[in-house]
Design a protein around this ligand. Structure first.
Ligand SMILES: [Zn+2]
Length: 50
């Protein structure tokens, strides 16, 4: 299945993956949250949009 993050990216996740009710947060966003949000590098992951 796929999940759309708040950042707009769509990620392939396991069908067994648990998506929080408040919305899926992609690993990239989680990574950003772990780091300083002051880092404005918006390079991001490469996603294929269908
Ligand atoms: Zn995200």
């Amino acid at each position: 299945m796929v999940a759309r993050c708040k950042c707009g990216l769509v990620w392939n996740i396991s069908i067994k993956a648990q998506v929080p009710k408040d919305g899926y947060k992609c690993p990239w966003c989680r990574g950003i949250n772990k780091k300083a949000t002051e880092d404005t590098d918006q390079s991001g992951p490469k996603q294929h949009s269908k």
